[in-house]
Design a binder for this molecule. Structure first.
Ligand code: PSV
Ligand code: MN
Length: 413
């Protein structure tokens, strides 16, 4: 995608710089923010997981264990300079063949060291609520033994997050139902609130808990945390260390996700994004630089929850994708490019002009001001930022030329 030649980059960068200067925007500042942009990659994108279709198909070269997942993540970081942290799923990523109930935080110490040797770190930590035994719910299960087991599992995840990770716990529950009458909604909710209360009270005070919502899957009739309001309400009731994850693929069609982000920014609640895109259903595909992602970045940038000098004010940014068929490394590199492009477009909105049109109720003129930024080709900024850091302007081409794919396909049979 970013396939300009080096000298063309300089020329296009200068032309764009002059255009932006007329709007009062300093292209160097935009480039700096793009250079500093970091996003976590999910360990699971590199492995065999990818939905329940096409039975045993696993993309060639998929990582066979957590260490290989980190090897792949290190390569992605080398090619993009933007992904120093890897988000892990405790149940999928525990080194050694430890049974789920026996997983302890210290099993992850070696992984932290391994990551550090690769120039990486463990980022957000996800307790895994959707392995065996949770088909009738996890933290909201009517069966107290299931709830107890998963509360303890979450506390292990919290310890991993505080000792070996970045102190962020992300909770996604597969809890829900398939038919009306299958469950008692209010009982599910009170079970969940009770579980979350115990988890919150017993986690180290350095750990933030971000709750994810999802309208569908696996519940087709209802899910216990279906929307942003429910997640917000649960988090607010827990305390200041609890917040929400907005996963872009988890809404009904047409939901105004950038508005949800704006509301969370305004509320001051801790929050983060799971980036991905979906078409008809589910949420596992790579991000394209579309209007929705641009509008979302515009809210994040205006709300100063990205690129803020005070890192405590920044939200947590994580890619959450893992589609079945495509080459996963191509897909993750494509997403990172798309995110950088969308962020850069958001940074070149003429905010003063936009505000002026808003005040004067010039509806179409305000809309055209946003579109002006969206339609600008910002790739010279991305390329320049990468070249300055010694990175390849087009990471996908660089990957194709690296021979890495051939190597992992040979080694990981
Ligand atoms: C669920 O669809 C989800 O978005 C959650 O974030 C999980 O942790 C992740 O995908 C992997 O299943
Ligand atoms: Mn997610």
């Amino acid at each position: 995608m970013l396939n300009y030649l080096r000298d063309e980059v300089a020329e296009r960068y200068d032309i764009l710089g002059r255009d932006l200067a007329r709007k009062g925007i300093d292209i160097e500042e935009v480039k700096k923010k793009i250079s500093n942009f970091m996003v976590e990659v999910p360990s699971w994108v590199f492995g065999p997981f990818g939905g329940g279709r096409f039975s045993s198909y696993i993309p060639p070269g998929a990582a066979r264990n957590v260490f290989e997942k980190f090897d792949d993540a290190a390569l992605v970081h080398r090619l993009t300079g933007a992904t120093p942290k890897v988000s892990i799923h405790v149940g999928w990523d525990c080194p050694g063949n430890i049974p789920f109930e026996k997983i302890e935080a210290d099993h992850f110490r070696g992984l932290k060291d391994y990551a550090e040797n690769l120039g990486l770190g463990i980022g957000s930590v996800n307790p895994t609520y959707f392995l065996e035994g949770t088909h009738f719910g996890s933290l909201s299960a009517d069966d107290i033994n299931v709830r107890r087991k998963l509360i303890e599992h979450t506390l292990v995840a919290a310890e991993i997050a505080s000792k070996y990770g970045s102190g962020i716990l992300v909770l996604w529950l597969p809890d829900g139902s398939l038919y009306p009458g299958q469950v008692n909604f209010r009982l599910k909710e009170s079970n969940l609130r009770e579980s979350l209360r115990e988890i919150y009270d017993r986690t180290p005070s350095s750990v933030k808990i971000l709750i994810e919502y999802k309208l569908f899957e696996p519940g087709t009739y209802h899910t216990v945390i279906p929307d942003s309001f429910t997640a917000y309400d649960l988090a607010r009731n827990l305390g200041d260390r609890a917040g929400v994850i907005i996963d872009l693929g988890h809404h009904a069609f047409g939901v105004n996700v950038e508005h949800i982000a704006a509301r969370f920014i305004e509320s001051g609640i801790p929050a983060g994004i799971h980036f991905n895109s979906r078409y008809v259903a589910d949420d596992d595909q790579a991000v394209e630089p579309n209007m929705q992602i641009f509008l979302l970045f515009h809210e994040l940038a205006m709300g100063s929850v990205i690129g803020n000098q005070d890192s405590r004010k920044n939200w947590i940014y994580i890619i959450d994708q893992c589609s079945k068929l495509e080459n996963r490394i191509h897909a993750i590199l494509h997403t990172i490019d798309s995110l950088m492009i969308s962020y850069a477009k958001a940074l070149i909105v003429d905010e003063e002009k936009l505000r002026g049109y808003q005040i004067r109720n010039e509806i179409i003129l305000a809309n055209r001001t946003l579109l002006d930024a969206f339609l600008t080709d910002v790739r010279p900024i991305i390329c320049a930022a990468k070249l300055e850091k010694g990175l390849p302007p087009d990471p996908v081409s660089a990957y194709l030329e690296s021979g890495y794919q051939e190597k992992i396909e040979m080694e990981r049979l």
